[in-house]
Design a protein around this ligand. Structure first.
Ligand code: BT5
Length: 254
């Protein structure tokens, strides 16, 4: 924690050589009372998790596999805002350390040239109207080489090293990431979702595009026109009906 540029995020900081999933470790720590701001980082994960039961490739020493324990004093319906906030924070840190401009695909995939650079997994425990804790999991591909990706993943995924052509030092990137996340979190607490939403929209590669949204058994096609005050995606169909999506898989269409 010596090099941390934050006041509360990343304190305490738990560092592991290898875990199954940092989100699981963070969840266990949260259940045992870990405070708001606690962070869990691992060099490698053996069973990194994506959304909806999917996996996350996390080779040792090549990425930032990070989970944060947050205890926001907000109602559960506001929590999707937090994962959009995380995407904005990640984009800010990448820009600061590498100069790379990334795009955000709703809700919170970070892309470079259309390929996935970072994924975010938010898990929470809430009871009725009260949020107990949120685990914000961030998987950022920093120095993965082509060989690190599986054959089916490589056309869809990338790393900062592969985008930039140079090895990116992970420590300054991690420090910057925590710094920007803390900064955005404080803006969100003080001013609400509006400034976060504006910043998210600037980096969005989804808005204005024709999209296909798969949510549950449903597939809906239309133009993504905005995100609302809850972070939901607004899609306008050919018949001008408007649909809002809280979650779902978005495919961008030309
Ligand atoms: C996500 O899920 O994008 C959320 C990923 C969150 C990972 C972090 S790492 C730290 C923390 N601890 C965890 O256990 N998880 C979090 P989703 O949108 O469902 O995307 C998953 C899909 O992305 C997979 O099914 C693969 O197709 C693809 N994928 C897997 N590993 C990848 C990687 N390293 N880079 C890019 N794409 C990947």
């Amino acid at each position: 924690t010596a090099g941390l540029k934050t006041t509360w995020l990343g304190r305490p900081f738990y560092y592991y050589e290898e875990v199954g999933s940092t989100n699981q470790v963070a969840k266990d720590l949260a259940e045992q009372g870990a405070p708001h701001g606690a962070a869990v980082l691992a060099e490698g994960q053996t069973s990194g998790r994506g959304r909806l039961g999917r996996g996350w490739l996390s080779p040792a020493g090549k990425g930032i596999w990070l989970s944060l324990v947050l205890r926001p004093r907000v109602a559960p319906w506001q929590l999707p805002q937090l994962s959009l906030l995380a995407a904005v924070g990640v984009a800010s840190a990448i820009k600061e350390i590498t100069g790379l401009e990334v795009g955000i695909k709703w809700p919170n995939d970070i892309l470079s040239r259309g390929k996935k650079l970072c994924g975010i997994l938010t898990e929470m425990r809430a009871e009725v109207e009260i949020t107990q804790y949120v685990i914000l999991g961030i998987g950022l591909n920093v120095n993965l080489d082509i060989e690190d990706f599986t054959r089916d993943l490589w056309p869809l995924a990338t790393s900062l090293k592969l985008e930039l052509g140079w090895e990116v030092p992970r420590l300054p990137l991690l420090q910057s990431l925590l710094y920007h996340l803390e900064g955005w979190y404080q803006i969100w607490e003080k001013e609400g979702f509006v400034p976060v939403r504006e910043s998210w929209k600037k980096a969005s590669v989804t808005l204005g595009r024709l999209v296909k949204v798969e949510a549950g058994n449903e597939v809906y096609e239309g133009r993504a026109i905005d995100i609302d005050g809850e972070g939901r995606l607004l899609v306008e169909g050919a018949d001008h009906t408007l649909r809002r999506f809280t979650y779902g898989e978005v495919t961008l269409r030309i």
